[in-house]
Design a protein around this ligand. Structure first.
Ligand SMILES: Cc1cc2nc3c(=O)[nH]c(=O)nc-3n(C[C@H](O)[C@H](O)[C@H](O)COP(=O)(O)O)c2cc1C
Length: 368
């Protein structure tokens, strides 16, 4: 089946840190508790979502005052769901690959093969300083992450695995039991700088990027897929979007406006300052948040820019447009998670599937 013929996949951000997904004082009927998250995960798997992504954060700094740990939280959600895959975010530095490989392999067994991992390279220097972790400069963090991913794969797929890297070493190591998933547990990565894209084109199964316009997303996808081809590697693409679906466009736009009008100005500025350690600090000065405005930063990962804001029909059409430029997965955030995930599953998703089916008929007719 060609990429075009496959249905687009949906994931959602697990609100395992407090304050929701927007840095705003607007009312949010989203809660970071375990109880709320279990109900959300169960709602999501009944409403067409295949993946949930947890966040890893060690300290506050711009809101997000409380942060549940990602791997244990992911396991807690897997225990209460049946179908959903949960992606646990892991930071090289605090995590070592030997521990991560073992921990995730066990969770894979406990969950019947439903854990995945998001290797995040780090942008929040304040938290690394606070917990006494070294802070390598931008591109070195990706050198370390690439070694982290190569060693995860090695440990999960080989016996007597050896590796002699700059950051990690293994000697004749055999992990038992190996994960259930074959060839190995899926590996996602976050980041969009040149170093992040290059890493994706060599080792990651999935590349996650911040929200953006279709034109800008396409540039990244073309770059990664071209490089991946040269490396004989294939990588799937996930894009962040803060979805505001309402019966009318006016209602949806009014919600966006209210989120921005009620932004927590001090916290948004603090967040903006912290993001200067991300791609903006690389030689190319490109990457997540490098061009973000104040309004963009009100949503942690530039999710307004993807513009999935409007009626179910408008949103479905824009999702299918993203699919046509090579996006495989939409990573979604919502203001009031449980109720909006339900609305999305009932009102938006059927339209997406209808449009995809129509496109497939057109593709089949063209190739006949
Ligand atoms: C979808 C997505 C999820 C991310 N999740 C986390 C996270 O949970 N914790 C974290 O510290 N960084 C997270 N990041 C940040 C990235 O790992 C990376 O540090 C950041 O995007 C900067 O990338 P760049 O320097 O390549 O532009 C995430 C990024 C994306 C796109």
């Amino acid at each position: 089946m060609s990429e075009q013929e496959k249905n687009i996949t949906f994931a959602y951000w697990v609100p395992n840190v407090s304050g929701g997904l927007v840095v705003s004082n607007i009312e949010q009927r989203t809660d970071w508790s375990y109880e709320y998250n279990v109900r959300l995960a169960q709602t999501a798997e009944k409403n067409g979502f295949d993946y949930a992504l947890t966040q890893i954060r060690f300290t506050a700094g711009y809101g997000a005052d409380n942060q549940h740990e990602s791997v244990s939280f992911s396991h807690g959600l897997l225990a209460k769901t049946e179908r959903l895959k949960v992606i646990a975010a892991i930071l090289p530095g605090p995590w070592k690959p030997a521990l991560a490989a073992k921990q995730l392999a066990t969770i894979d067994h406990l969950s019947g093969g439903r854990i995945a991992v998001n290797v995040v390279s780090g942008w929040f220097r304040g938290e690394f300083d606070a917990i006494g972790e070294e802070w390598p400069e931008h591109d070195q963090r990706y050198v370390r992450s690439e070694e982290f991913i190569r060693t995860l794969k090695g440990v999960w797929t080989q016996d007597q695995f050896s590796f002699d890297g700059k950051y990690y070493q293994f000697k004749d190591y055999t992990l038992k039991p190996k994960p259930l998933q074959k060839p190995h547990i899926e590996i996602f990565q976050g980041g969009s700088s040149r170093a992040a894209r290059d890493m994706a084109s060599r080792v990651s199964d999935w590349y996650f990027t911040n929200g953006n316009t279709p034109e800008e997303i396409k540039k990244q996808i073309d770059d990664i897929r071209e490089k991946a081809k040269a490396n004989n590697h294939s990588v799937k693409i996930g894009v962040n979007a803060f979805i505001i679906a309402r019966d009318t466009e006016q209602e949806a736009q009014a919600v966006l406006q209210e989120i921005i009008d009620k932004a927590n100005i001090q916290a948004v500025h603090a967040f903006g300052d912290a993001t200067r350690e991300a791609g903006a600090s690389s030689i190319e000065g490109e990457g997540n948040w490098a061009k973000s405005t104040f309004e963009d930063l009100v949503q942690y990962n530039d999710g307004f820019k993807t513009n999935l804001i409007g009626t179910p029909q408008q949103i479905a059409e824009r999702i299918v447009e993203l699919k046509s430029i090579g996006v495989d997965l939409i990573l979604s955030g919502f203001l009031h998670f449980i109720e909006e995930v339900e609305y999305f599953g009932q009102k938006v998703l059927p339209l997406v599937r209808q449009l995809e089916a129509q496109q497939q008929v057109l593709i089949a007719a063209k190739s006949a």
